[in-house]
Design a binder for this molecule. Structure first.
Ligand code: ATP
Length: 355
């Protein structure tokens, strides 16, 4: 069983704080992504876990042992972790099998054991037939699979991956994403995965830690993060959303065009709500009676702009109410076609308005 905890971890460079008191605990076998824009501190965090960067404050606890304490810091090679970088860093002068077996040989395991383990891991990444090839004779995706195979062959306690797919083209990226997920399911290694690509993080992770400016904004499973973002940054970074400002008072939240029962008795004051475009539903309004909208928000609007995106329409809407109300965007199925300026009814489920 492996547990990894980051406890109030910080890294400062002079007066600049790259990582600010982050705390995160990974369960045994869990796959957690650090997700955020360039410069938010993802790589710095990963390199602290690996032992390449010394934290300014806080602790890294692996299986109950503080491995970062200045008194007894554990060097990278003794942390039982494998790290994979953007550049695959496999050795050009070694065959695929030699690359994958290298770490095992270093551990002085008997040659027969090395051969057996290498064969086993190469089968999982479907490279068994290329065991005798050199890296120069492999495609980018195959080289990346060798890097993965080499990392898992040593049976690390923890795998650390830093944007491992960013050098691959879009199709290959998706294949490799599934490959990494399959390897993770197969071997169950506790994994920290760094990416700035939200769909990659959503597809692959048990939980995602959203980072911004050196801090963790929210940690949650992908769906929960998408459905219930806790901060403006998390709402905007994970998928597209409508952010609507409102005011909470007397158990209701009042937006400029409508009001709803407040989510919780959370006191009074300003509220920022997130409404995902696919939860803004449209029906025609040319003379048609208003749709039934029990427990839903019902609004009259017109289509402002529209963009066809193949599998869906993206509609920008103008509310027809006093003061205009907030601009809203709706994502509608491809077959739901409205012209610019068409009158529409909007319905929104109360539950999809996240305060
Ligand atoms: P990217 O996705 O671009 O790799 P990141 O989220 O991994 O970004 P980090 O590489 O962790 O970001 O860097 C976090 C911040 O710390 C950045 O603003 C970076 O400029 C700064 N930084 C990193 N290393 C150093 C250093 N050695 N000295 C000073 N500042 C640094």
């Amino acid at each position: 069983m492996t547990t990894l905890s980051l406890d109030g971890l910080s890294k400062a460079y002079g007066t600049f704080t790259a990582v600010h008191r982050i705390s995160l605990t990974l369960r045994d076998g869990e796959f957690v992504s650090l997700l955020g824009p360039s410069g938010c501190g993802k790589t710095t965090t990963l390199r602290m876990i690996a032992g390449f960067i010394v934290p300014t404050e806080g602790r890294i606890v692996l299986d109950g042992r503080d491995i970062s304490t200045p008194a007894g810091v554990v060097p990278p090679e003794r942390r039982g972790m494998s790290m994979i970088f953007q550049s695959y860093a496999i050795w050009p002068n070694m065959t695929v099998a030699q690359n994958v077996g290298f770490g095992l040989k270093m551990q002085k395991l008997p040659a027969a054991t090395v051969r057996e383990r290498v064969g086993e891991v190469l089968d999982v990444v479907k490279l068994g037939h290329l065991a005798g090839r050199y890296p120069a004779e492999l495609s980018g995706g195959q080289q990346q699979r060798v890097a993965l195979a080499r990392a898992v062959a040593v049976q690390p306690k923890v795998m650390l991956l830093d944007e491992p797919l960013s050098n691959l083209d879009a199709n290959l990226r998706e294949d490799m994403r599934s490959e990494i997920k399959r390897m993770h399911t197969e071997f169950g290694i506790t994994t920290v995965y760094v990416t700035h690509d939200q769909s990659e993080a959503m597809a692959i992770s048990d939980r995602i830690a959203v980072m911004s400016a050196g801090r963790i904004e929210q940690v949650a499973p992908p769906y929960e993060l998408y459905a219930r973002p806790r901060t403006r940054f998390a709402a905007e970074f994970i998928g597209r959303t409508n952010l609507v400002e409102g005011q909470r008072s007397d158990g209701r939240v009042h937006f400029s065009a409508f009001s709803v029962d407040a989510d919780a008795a959370d006191g009074e004051g300003q509220v920022l709500a997130s409404i995902r475009p696919q939860n803004v539903r449209l029906t025609p309004r040319n003379g048609a009676a208003a749709p039934r909208a029990d427990g839903q928000v019902l609004l009259a609007a017109r289509v402002g702009e529209r963009t066809f995106l193949g599998e869906r329409w993206d509609y920008a809407l103008r509310l027809e109410c006093e003061g205009g109300g907030p601009p809203l965007r709706a994502a509608a199925p491809a077959e739901q076609v409205f012209d610019v300026d068409a009158p529409v009814w909007i319905t929104i489920d109360r539950d999809s308005i996240v305060e």
